[in-house]
Design a protein around this ligand. Structure first.
Ligand code: FAD
Length: 285
């Protein structure tokens, strides 16, 4: 893939405080100067509410910037989901990141809602809204943590594609071979939608370990050990993190990745450090 034709996007989470809102706005205006294809906004992750997501999406749209809301189906009725989609349709939103989501720990089976898996959400969107939305789904090069095995997870990924997903964004990973092997496995099953790697900049060791354990992303032992050695030396962690993730992005683009989706965690600087190393200013848009 030519780096100039790849698609770049930035993920945000909806802030809950005034300070968080001010920070997000600054982050969006800094990153928007890089002309990404879109900003996506998470939904229900980390305890945020539906209204936090709406407010963030509304603000981004008001700036004339493309926003792609995430929408998870777990715990909701189909009526609730279609109501949200109608809201987005009326707003002129053209892209949705369709997910199952996770129930809060301790929630009983009765809290599941009408849809059990993301493929059902994709089918619901297509049934009621046709091609009104471009649909992104999640992909897991290192396997979803609840999947019984890699092949079953891949079968389930294919269900989302068969239901009408246009493209996928991966869970983050630090091993380029995991992505290459996932793409090969997709090819053998005739899954041919673009699968954009999700890129997580490294800024804080303990947060990264916590996230990675929860979502099943592997931090290679050599990297974990080197980051661990830095202790509270944030500057060294960021420096090594930027080098490692820049190298990962270069390998992914060279092996034909159709773009990069940055998990910005609402901070512009760590993503921009990688962006600038990659020389992407001329490439986005
Ligand atoms: P699914 O595709 O439904 O898969 C979940 C599990 O069920 C997998 O193990 C799969 O193998 C299995 N499975 C899938 N379909 C079937 C089926 N038909 N029958 C049997 N088994 C099946 N979470 C949030 O809460 N909010 C967000 O905004 C958010 N954004 C995300 C963005 C990205 C790019 C990614 C990668 C993840 C995001 N997540 C978010 C996390 C996501 O919700 C969790 O990883 C969740 O556990 C799975 O969601 P999914 O859409 O991949 O589910």
């Amino acid at each position: 893939m030519n780096h100039t034709t790849a698609i770049y996007s930035f993920e945000l989470f909806p802030p809950k405080t005034e300070k968080g809102i001010a920070n997000l706005r600054e982050t969006v205006s800094t990153l928007n100067a890089r002309q990404p294809a879109f900003f996506s906004v998470t939904y229900g992750a980390g305890g945020s509410t539906q209204s936090n997501t709406f407010a963030t999406v509304d603000w981004i749209r008001d700036q004339g910037i493309d926003a792609a809301p995430h929408l998870s189906c777990i715990g909701s009725s189909t009526d609730e989901i279609t109501t949200i989609l109608r809201r987005y349709e009326a707003q002129g939103i053209t892209r949705i990141v369709a997910l199952r989501g996770d129930l809060p720990s301790g929630a009983g089976a009765g809290a599941m809602g009408d849809l059990n898996h993301a493929n059902e959400l994709v089918a619901l969107i297509r049934k009621h809204f046709g091609d009104r939305f471009r649909i992104e789904v999640a992909a897991y090069p290192e396997m979803h943590p609840q999947a019984p095995n890699f092949n079953r997870d891949l079968d389930n990924f294919k269900r989302k594609v068969d239901a009408g997903a246009d493209s996928a964004i991966t869970q983050y990973f630090y091993n380029a071979d995991a992505y290459a092997s996932f793409i090969d496995a997709c090819t053998t099953r005739s899954i041919d939608i673009p699968v954009v790697p999700g890129i997580m900049p490294i800024t804080n060791f303990s947060n990264l370990v916590r996230f990675s354990d929860a979502c099943g992303a592997e931090i290679p032992r050599w990297l974990r050990k080197r980051l661990e050695d830095y202790g509270d030396d944030i500057e060294s962690i960021r420096k090594l993190g930027t080098e490692v993730v820049t190298d990962l992005c270069l390998r992914l683009l060279d092996m034909g990745a159709p773009g990069l989706h940055f998990y910005t965690m609402n901070q512009a600087a760590p993503t921009l450090a990688i962006w600038d190393n990659l020389g992407l200013d001329a490439a986005a848009g």
